[in-house]
Write a protein that binds this ligand. Structure first.
Ligand code: GLN
Length: 447
């Protein structure tokens, strides 16, 4: 704990933490040290973990990168936090993220951007940018993030760490501030597949507080990390042809394919004719869900209340106007539009149907192949400020991560190389629904 607290202090300029629970972490360390001596410590004893500032931890702040929740304190703990604590993990602080997890660069945070540790002029990725940089820079051993459309995998790729997005319904969302409820999943970021597997198996599994969590028992991921047999892996032909794919990322993908073939695995190109629809479908559905989820920030129930309000109507209006940042407002407007009478059928209803097609096609591919391989991102970490002026350019950068989110399947990003400027590059593997075990074992083999 002392080591990490010192590291956090040294790297304060990275802006990874919104709050450090220093004294509390020291006390926990002392308590758990005694448990270790007594032989009664949990399975995460000694693991110092940071949590994305979207995960509720009783009596601690949770601001989700927003002014609207700046001074808000959780009144209960999320299921994932309860499970980490029950196994004696030490939670060292809460990590910066894009406001309401909306973004892919951590530049939408009320607390400012997080800097990439390799190159401080580059973004960390997002929305779980603080989680990725904290692991990258050694400010904690592992971190929790959330992934709605890539927010664990994309910052993991930009920062050279392992990131896992579980199957939708594998991990409880109880106590996770909602962005888009039919997509959101909590996932670990770590330096090794072993750490990610152990954390995932502890946070996963049935929860009486979230009816969307599957009742399927959680296998021991960490105890079964030996991948056996030759695998069948699909690459999507449209992916390697995608416009704007960075040549060094393409090369790394091809090298990975060659390596897998060399090891005797089958790698085949299959067509996925919906690639151009994944980003629009994702943004219609997630903004719709967000506009509904964010209706609760009304200046009355909790969070920021404008001091300039004079009646109920102006309390709503001014609190939301002053409390939300530009990107969140943009998405509330898009979401409200696609749900509005007269437009619902042509946008929201249509996108629901396209989601089903994407899901069915992805499942069909995964009925014939063990995994789908693709880059995590089309480019390495870009410059801070570089894409902020054009939201559409920023959205299109999610092209490779949102398919797994729309389909609800698990996916990992693995740090398999660096570019010529030493920036990390991530390769992504998508697995079968609830196939985290095989996916993690294969990840371990390929790392
Ligand atoms: N970049 C995507 C978005 O802005 C993903 C965010 C996420 O997964 N939370 O919606």
């Amino acid at each position: 704990v002392e080591h990490y607290l010192q590291r956090i202090e040294e790297e304060k300029h990275l802006n990874a933490f919104v709050e450090v629970f220093g004294e509390e972490a020291r006390q926990e360390a002392a308590r758990i040290t005694e448990k270790i001596a007594a032989g009664s410590a949990g399975r995460l004893a000694g693991m110092v973990i940071g949590i994305k500032d979207i995960i509720c931890y009783k009596s601690h702040g949770v601001s989700v990168g927003s002014k609207i929740l700046e001074n808000y304190k959780s009144i209960f703990s999320s299921t994932v936090v309860e499970r980490l604590l029950a196994e004696d993990a030490i939670i060292i602080g809460r990590l910066n993220c894009d406001e309401f997890a909306m973004g892919g660069s951590n530049e939408n945070s009320f607390y400012g951007p997080v800097k990439n540790y390799v190159d401080n002029t580059k973004v960390a990725g997002g929305s779980s940018g603080g989680s990725a940089v904290a692991v990258q820079a050694g400010l904690c051993l592992a971190a929790l993030g959330t992934d709605t459309g890539g927010s664990v995998r994309q910052p993991a790729a930009f920062c050279g760490v392992v990131g896992v997005k579980p199957t939708y319904g594998r991990v409880s969302r109880h106590g996770i501030v909602a962005y888009a409820s039919s997509f959101d999943q909590v996932g670990p970021l770590a330096n090794s597949v072993e750490d990610a597997a152990l954390i995932l198996e502890i946070i996963a599994g049935p929860d009486e507080y979230d009816s969307t969590v599957s009742l399927k028992p959680v296998p021991s991921y960490s105890g079964n990390l030996k991948s056996s047999g030759k695998k069948k892996i699909a690459i999507l032909s449209e992916v390697l042809e995608a416009e704007g794919l960075d040549p060094e990322i393409k090369q790394l993908t091809e090298n990975t394919i060659a390596r897998l073939k060399g090891d005797g695995h089958t790698v085949e190109a299959v067509s996925f004719p919906y690639l151009e629809y994944v980003v629009p479908t994702y943004y219609i559905l997630t903004t719709a869900e967000a506009s509904s989820n964010l209706a609760r920030y009304d200046g009355v129930h909790y969070g920021y209340r404008s001091p300039n309000a004079t009646d109920l109507e102006s309390t709503y209006k001014k609190s939301r106007t002053e409390g939300f940042g530009a990107e969140v407002k943009r998405r509330i407007m898009i979401g409200t539009f696609v749900l509005s009478a007269g437009y619902y059928d042509s946008f929201y209803g249509k996108a629901q149907k396209v989601r089903q097609l994407i899901r069915a096609k992805t499942d069909e591919i995964l009925s014939k192949y063990d995994f789908i391989l693709m880059p995590t991102t089309p480019t390495p970490a870009f410059g801070i400020g570089e894409k902020m002026s054009d939201p559409v350019v920023m959205y299109l950068a999610d092209i490779f991560t949102v398919q797994a989110s729309l389909a609800g399947i698990p996916a990992v990003s693995l740090p398999l190389g660096n570019n010529s400027n030493n920036l990390p590059l991530g390769i992504q593997f998508l697995g079968k629904r609830f196939g985290e075990g095989d996916l993690l074992a294969f990840s371990k083999y390929i790392m």
